[in-house]
Write a protein that binds this ligand. Sequence first.
Ligand SMILES: [Zn+2]
Length: 268
Amino acid sequence: MDFIQKHFTQIQFAATFGGILVFMLVESFSARTSGQGQSVLRWLNNLGLAWLNFVIFLYFAYFLHVVGLAAWLTPVEPLYTRYALPTWLMVLLTLVFLELLSYWFHRAMHRVPFLWRIHAVHHNDTQLDVTTSHRHHPFEGMLYMLISLPLFLWLGVPLGVAYLYFALRLAVVLVSHADIRLPEQLDRKLSLLLVTPGFHYSHHLSEQRYTDSNYGTVVPWFDYLFGTASYLPQAKLNTQQVGLNYLRTSTDSRIDRLLALPLIFRKD
Ligand SMILES: [Zn+2]
């Protein structure tokens, strides 16, 4: 545990960009889209945002540490400490609480107009592959840190459990965006437990009713619970358009335009 804590930045960097690299290699063999129209420029824009998000995460985390937000927010007796819970239960509860928060955060990003201007950066990618997984406006990551930190502190999540959750989250996010196709029956069954490539693909379709579905990040449980799950057969997915009906030109996906999108957003 000390090793992870001491080398957290390097491990996070290796996991994020190593993971992207591994899946880019896998995609070159088993891409859903057969590599059609892949653009190096698109990859560079997405990877540029991934790198920027990584750097901003480090500085923002340091900023929160310096201003002492954690010390100020930590309750006298966090939930896990109060009830001396076993590790397996802390892992499960952390997954449930954090995913419930992620679910409503994601729904709010789609529902509130200003938040959609930020989240549209993730959705106006006209193709879906592993590089889309880290294509987010930096404001989104900062907002998520600000709302998830109090929950981590209120629960009193031990460092080991937090690392486990983040590792699972990263793995599922990479797999669910990757341009790979699992056997349909396997994907469908697995999508009751975890967010799969087939399940998440619908969320990136341009048709509004599908864009506004499947909000889960790691688990799809709350989509089933709150009635926002949709599972489309592979044959139908293959005929659908990815991205948004607007903001579809290559200029719209240039990194400077993506960073400015909350200010220059348009729907024509
Ligand atoms: Zn979304």
